[in-house]
Write a protein that binds this ligand. Structure first.
Ligand code: FES
Ligand code: FES
Length: 153
């Protein structure tokens, strides 16, 4: 099995995996970063969202072989103590219900706000619409992204 050198949350990690292994399973099963969740496995729900070079991507559909040398950030690496402005806003608005989708929501929101720190309501809705929440926390997600944008500006 080939070895891949990945940079995950600022740390170099050497993993052995088949070249067609999705990043999600490397994160969860080999590096024990289980905050990133499996939902659909086909890039349709957003539960598995992480950052690669600062962009939000779906780790269920990214092959480990395509990621050498790239900066991968998971929810565990977004901030030192869970105090990224997006995480703080999420707590303030008390967004999560069951919580399953929330790491993906936060990773999508944080990458979005990096690129667009002063979004309109409609830009927030468009940016977040690919992340499914079975508990329908959508209104609170939108509010929390607005709060986070205020914290960042
Ligand atoms: S598990 Fe990756 S998008 Fe649903
Ligand atoms: S909080 Fe339950 S799926 Fe989103």
């Amino acid at each position: 099995m080939p070895t891949y050198n990945l940079k995950i949350n600022g740390k170099l990690q050497s993993v052995e995996a088949d070249s067609d292994t999705p990043l999600l399973w490397v994160l969860r099963d080999q590096v024990n970063l289980v905050g990133t969740k499996y939902g659909c496995g086909i890039a349709q729900c957003g539960a598995c969202t992480v950052h690669v070079n600062g962009n939000a991507v779906r780790s269920c559909s990214l092959l480990v072989s395509s990621l050498q040398g790239m900066e991968i950030t998971t929810i565990e690496g977004l901030s030192e103590n869970g105090n990224h402005p997006v995480q703080e806003a999420w707590k303030e608005i008390d967004v999560p219900q069951c919580g399953y989708c929330q790491a993906g929501q936060i990773m999508t929101a944080s990458a979005f706000l990096n690129n667009n720190p002063n979004p309109t309501k409609s830009e927030i809705r468009t940016a977040m619409q690919g992340n499914i929440c079975r508990c329908a926390t959508y209104n609170n997600i939108e509010k929390a992204v607005e709060v986070a944008a205020n914290k960042l500006s």
